[in-house]
Write a protein that binds this ligand. Structure first.
Ligand SMILES: [Zn+2]
Length: 512
């Protein structure tokens, strides 16, 4: 660790001053006026959320958003805008109908959301609730022959707990200082490969609770149960976190209907049923699978470089355009996509000609494992033998936004000490907007990892958490109203400046 820090210090020290040269203050001022005073970011966000609907990979909403993104990028002056296939993703899925209400012992509408890629009910069903308490395949046998026509609820302790903490927060100066003080991580490429992820998933499938769940679902399908209800203690106060309900490849069968339910309604069901009261519900779910085209699609567009010597070199910005299904993916990640589309607009509107080519990538299927960005990186920067190609040599850097609606407070340098020194000088112009922290730490779980994994500089900004993990991330409350306008304007302005700095500086971004 110590060795790495020392090596990094020397690297930073030998970067010629010209490499760190940056946009002049007048240009930065032009960008700030365009981004902070003439912003269109909320209109872009409106089109990606309210107008498109949810943007589950390969869903109808994703197609609407991709078409809009291509159009608005073109309208704002970008060229070569394409909705580009990246390889096989799998089936699209849309929810066409959902009605769920308790009918006995009295009537009550219920809060729930079907998980993606689950089957429907084949019409309205009135079904009794059955409580299943099975810890392993042996105790599960006790329910054999009892599931036909039933709604299954698991006997789990999901006790509601009052929260005495505000949902939303910003980073304190102390928290940011601690990030800044963090030592460089051990430099490692591809901290989370697709292969490692698959191994983890396979292990989880074999592990106790997940294995029992899979056996129960198989039994439910075989016997003709109506649906299964699941919850988690975080599904409270009207907020439900709903993700995938199983496999989605072209040849995979539809998954058993599994609804993510609010913990309060779930606990009502469980208390009543365990007390011996008959609990019944009306359930009518209709889902649609898209199997004609299994390809996944990213949206790509460019502002061509103008310097004869540098125009073949590329600076990229991006965000994932896809979302989960219950909200409209406002903070995950319409916010990221909107600020990137807006950053492209700002650069054109400010009338600045970049020396290098600036390219935007709006990725699909990030939620299923960074699939769109990983495939793009492989298709674009690697040869047939999975070795770096000519485009890899001419690539400068990639900037990503995917941590919600919170403004930029700094940037994760991913252990790249030389890049960290450059970012520090670039951020100096935005300290008044709250952005100043450069941490050598890694952050993961989003699309910059696809670039970092093949040795290309890829970075995600530090963003204020706001209510990302408490309220909006993958929930039905991830909707337009939870976006913060001033924060998004700040992000787009800083991203536009970073992008132009990278496009104009003498050298490519230094690599680790
Ligand atoms: Zn997400």
């Amino acid at each position: 660790m110590k060795n790495l820090v020392i090596k990094g210090f020397i690297l930073a020290a030998v970067i010629p001053f010209s490499a760190m040269a940056q946009l002049d203050p007048a240009t930065i001022q032009k960008i700030r006026i365009e981004g902070l005073e003439k912003s269109q970011v909320m209109d872009i966000a409106f089109n990606l959320t309210d107008k498109s609907g949810n943007r589950l990979a390969n869903s109808e909403g994703y197609a609407r958003a991709a078409a809009y993104a291509k159009d608005v990028l073109t309208k704002n002056g970008a060229v070569n805008a394409t909705i580009e296939p990246w390889g096989e993703f799998g089936k699209g899925w849309d929810l066409e109908k959902m009605y769920f209400a308790m009918t006995a012992p009295y009537y009550k509408p219920l809060l729930a959301w079907p998980k993606s890629w689950t089957a429907g009910t084949n019409g309205l069903k009135n079904a009794a609730v059955i409580v299943v308490n099975a810890k392993d395949s042996i105790t599960l046998q006790a329910y054999k022959g009892q599931l036909k026509g039933k709604i299954i609820i698991l006997d789990q302790d999901n006790t509601y707990k009052q929260s005495f903490k505000a949902d939303a927060e910003r980073y304190t100066d102390e928290a940011l200082a601690a990030m800044e003080a963090a030592a460089a991580p051990a430099i490692s490429r591809t901290p989370d490969t697709a292969q490692q992820r698959r191994m983890r998933e396979m292990q989880a499938q074999r592990s106790g609770p997940q294995r029992v769940m899979n056996l129960l679902k198989a039994m439910a399908i075989e016997e003709g149960a109506v649906a299964m209800l699941t919850t988690a203690t975080r599904n409270h106060d009207g907020t439900i976190f709903a993700q995938g309900g199983g496999a989605y490849k072209g040849t995979d069968p539809a998954n058993f209907l599994d609804l993510a339910m609010s913990v309060e309604d779930y606990n009502t069901f469980l208390r009543l049923a365990k007390s011996g009261t008959t609990v019944k519900a009306d359930l009518d779910v209709k889902t649609k699978f898209h199997t004609k085209d299994l390809q996944g699609y990213n949206v790509i567009a460019e502002i061509p470089g103008t310097d004869p010597l540098l125009k073949d070199e590329v600076v990229m910005i991006g965000a994932h355009l896809d979302s989960w299904q219950s909200g409209t993916g406002a903070t995950d990640n319409a916010s990221g996509s909107a600020v990137m589309i807006e950053a492209m607009r700002i650069i054109k509107a400010a009338g600045i000609s970049p020396k290098r080519t600036i390219r935007i990538g709006l990725w699909s299927a990030e939620e299923e494992g960074l699939l769109g960005s990983r495939a793009y990186v492989k298709n674009t920067f690697m040869d047939a033998n999975n070795q770096p190609n000519a485009a890899h040599q001419k690539f400068s850097t990639y900037f990503n936004i995917d941590n919600g609606t919170g403004k930029i407070r700094g940037i994760y340098a991913q252990g790249n000490t030389a890049a960290a020194a450059i970012f520090k000088t670039w951020l100096a112009h935005f300290n008044d907007l709250g952005a100043k922290t450069v941490t050598l730490s890694n952050t993961g779980s989003t699309d910059h990892i696809a670039f970092d994994g093949v040795g290309l500089p890829g970075f995600q900004f530090i963003q204020d958490p706001i209510e990302y993990s408490t309220r909006t991330h993958h929930s039905n409350m991830d909707v337009y109203d939870h976006l913060m306008q001033d924060d998004l304007k700040q992000i787009a302005t800083i991203v536009a400046t970073f992008t132009l700095n990278a496009a104009q500086q003498t050298n490519l971004m230094p690599r680790k």
